[in-house]
Design a protein. Structure first.
Length: 451
């Protein structure tokens, strides 16, 4: 990185950043309190609130959101007449999945091969640290030139919409000229990227019932309708022969016009096993940024160990559907539910329950804030120009903010580049990316204040 006072300050702060991220990762802040104690999430929220207070933030508060979680808010006043920028991250994390599959304990931040490993290190506790680093660098180099609001969500990974509903009920709270969402990532480590689109999502729980109770498979199997088999056939109807998502009435042919994702690069990023084909049609960018994608997240059925020779009376699944920009998530939910009811075989009884939803998002990359970010990233990443890509994931708050504040510019950056393996075992963050993106954000705030 070229010599720059802000960059030099951020570099000097990296040991502190690692120590703080270690403390924050240690909280098992999964916002599913059937899996992890509420106290873990409360501990993370309080840690962030204390960090904001120590940086001079005012009005620091733990907001009790309608989904029974807490978001952390703070306000740092800038010069009179300055613009206001809202910085977003979330402190809740995905469950670690199979802890035994992690090379090191998931809630211990461990340095290995130049990366820092731990659940939430990139998604998105690292985003919290990124915001703190940027603000500290500015304070050490002439001060923060804008009014800053920080909001750190406590249930983004659950998709339960608590912060969205809170914002709708308190629309004055998050007003800003520009929002920087710190929950995206570079297309590739070392390539500065803003995210131009996000897919929306819906989560639907499916219950299939066929019998009053389980039956002996020898006595009744072959004629008795098996609920698990019915569920499997139903779920199979959601994909075409090549693996493309097929929900009746939902367009699956959109194309991505922009930065492309090469097949081999995707295979390596996704760690696809040798000989296993990618699914779907069109380019990879079409498939992961511009088209719907269904995923079966879980099935309730007897485990293999301890299974009995029984015809199953009932079975349940959790289905996720990602929907591209231009498709209303509520309409996609209705189409998914209708498809499930239509394709359930053998007259089996089926019920669906929507348990989460978020709209897709498309940014205006021609806005002045994007020009300020492009200039900042060119300094933080010498020799590289800012790129715009899509992202297959969802950040439901983006559309809520866009609806509440239609004149506000929204930028998406973050630490979740492919090597980070967010949501998977052995999630990690690149300290180089943390450093460069913190510099980018600090310089952006300077540029934007002067624009």
């Amino acid at each position: 990185m070229s010599s720059n006072p802000v960059a030099e300050t951020v570099a000097s702060l990296m040991p502190r950043a690692k120590a703080e991220l270690t403390e924050l990762v240690a909280f098992k802040s999964v916002a599913d309190f059937d899996q992890y104690p509420r106290s873990e999430s409360e501990g993370a929220a309080n840690w962030i609130a204390d960090a904001l207070r120590s940086e001079g933030f005012e009005d620091v508060a733990l907001l009790d959101t309608p989904d029974d979680t807490q978001s952390v808010y703070g306000y740092l006043p800038g010069p009179e007449g300055a613009k206001t920028v809202l910085l977003y991250a979330h402190y809740d994390v995905q469950p670690p999945l199979d802890e035994a599959a992690w090379a090191t304990p998931p809630f211990d931040l461990v340095e290995r091969d130049g990366r820092w490993y731990g659940r939430g290190s990139a998604d998105c506790k690292g985003g919290v640290i990124m915001h703190l680093l940027a603000l500290r660098a500015l304070k050490a180099n002439g001060g923060v030139p804008v009014h800053v609001k920080v909001i750190v969500e406590g249930s983004e990974e659950q998709g339960t919409g608590g912060l969205e509903r809170y914002a709708e009920e308190h629309p004055e709270l998050l007003t800003a000229d520009t929002v920087v969402i710190g929950d995206a990532g570079n297309f590739r480590a070392g390539l500065p990227t803003v995210t131009a689109t996000l897919r929306g999502m819906t989560l639907v729980r499916v219950q299939v019932d066929t019998l009053e109770g389980n039956l002996h498979s020898g006595q009744f199997g072959g004629a008795a309708p098996d609920a698990l088999a019915a569920l499997i056939r139903l779920l199979d109807s959601l994909r075409d022969q090549d693996g493309s998502t097929t929900v009746d009435g939902l367009d699956g042919d959109s194309v991505w016009d922009g930065l492309q994702y090469e097949d081999q690069a995707f295979r390596e990023d996704a760690k696809v096993l040798d000989g296993v084909e990618l699914i779907g049609s069109g380019t990879v960018a079409d498939r992961v940024w511009a088209r719907p994608a269904v995923t079966v997240l879980g099935i309730d059925c007897p485990p293999v160990v301890g299974a009995t020779p029984s015809v199953q009376a009932g079975a349940r699944a959790l289905v996720s559907l990602r929907v591209p920009p231009g498709v209303d998530a509520g309409e996609a939910t209705k189409l998914l539910q209708a498809h499930i009811e239509t394709h359930t075989p053998w007259g089996a009884r089926v019920s669906t329950e929507q348990i989460g939803q978020g709209q897709a998002f498309r940014a205006d990359t021609s806005s002045p804030a994007y020009a300020s970010m492009a200039e900042a990233m060119a300094v933080a990443y010498p020799g590289q120009q800012m790129q715009a890509s899509g992202m297959g994931g969802s950040i439901p708050l983006c559309n809520t903010l866009a609806s509440l504040y239609p004149e506000t510019e929204i930028l998406l950056i973050g630490l979740s580049e492919p090597e980070a393996q967010i949501h998977a075992v052995n999630e990690s963050v690149s300290p180089d990316e943390l450093e460069r993106l913190s510099v980018s954000e600090a310089l952006f705030l300077q540029n934007y204040a002067a624009s």
